[in-house]
Design a protein around this ligand. Sequence first.
Ligand code: F6R
Length: 248
Amino acid sequence: MSRKIHVEILDDAEAVGRKAAARILAVVERKPEAVLGLATGSTPIPAYRELVKLAHERKVSFAGVKTFNLDEYLGLSGSHPQSYRQYMNRYLFEHLDIPLWQTALPDGAASDPEAECAAFEARIRAAGGVDLWLLGIGSNGHIGFNEPGAPRDCRTRVASLAPSTIEASAKDFGGAAGVPRQALTAGVATILEAREILLLATGAGKAPAVAGALEGPITPQLPASYLQAHPSCAFVLDRAAASKLVKP
Ligand code: F6R
């Protein structure tokens, strides 16, 4: 089987971060008004750290860049310490010259979440679509909060978190009971419309999901497998995350 997704296997999470940062910076250097799709979680932290460093070293401005994040917990306002808005400000936006109004996350505290999701989609369209979307992957194969079962054509919406996702977030909320049960998330179709996709995975816990996404069938049971149909998608993995690939 010839694989359409480009796979790169590097030594460790830091190397994955460096690779991702270099790719993102190259997009912005080529197109100063680039539209970036971004993710939160532990995986992209080294990438954001390196991106900030590189942007300063090479004096690359993000003043014309627009960003769209995958998701936000339902019920959390952007000022909540565990909100993804706070995460993005802390790890990336505060350290770049990007105006905050050019950075978009779905508003978890919107009075009408459905309308908020529709507005988020409209905002992506108005920006001309996403040039590069950076993704992580859940140990259950989710992308964004598109959990197993999410259809290929779903768009930005309110989605329920899978039990394993709640478990994975428990440490950030003082236990599983404190984790919001739902989130606003860009849909599978929303993500697949990006012109380029860069998925990062590090650690052995991701190895089964990575192997399924790359070498298994395209199935709603493993939403990252939908990426096999994307014309320009790369997975950048550390050795541990690649350890269950049959054809690395
Ligand atoms: C984050 C997101 C999630 C994470 C995934 C992996 O915005 O949408 O899909 O990418 O849960 O999370 P980490 O990197 O913490 O293992």
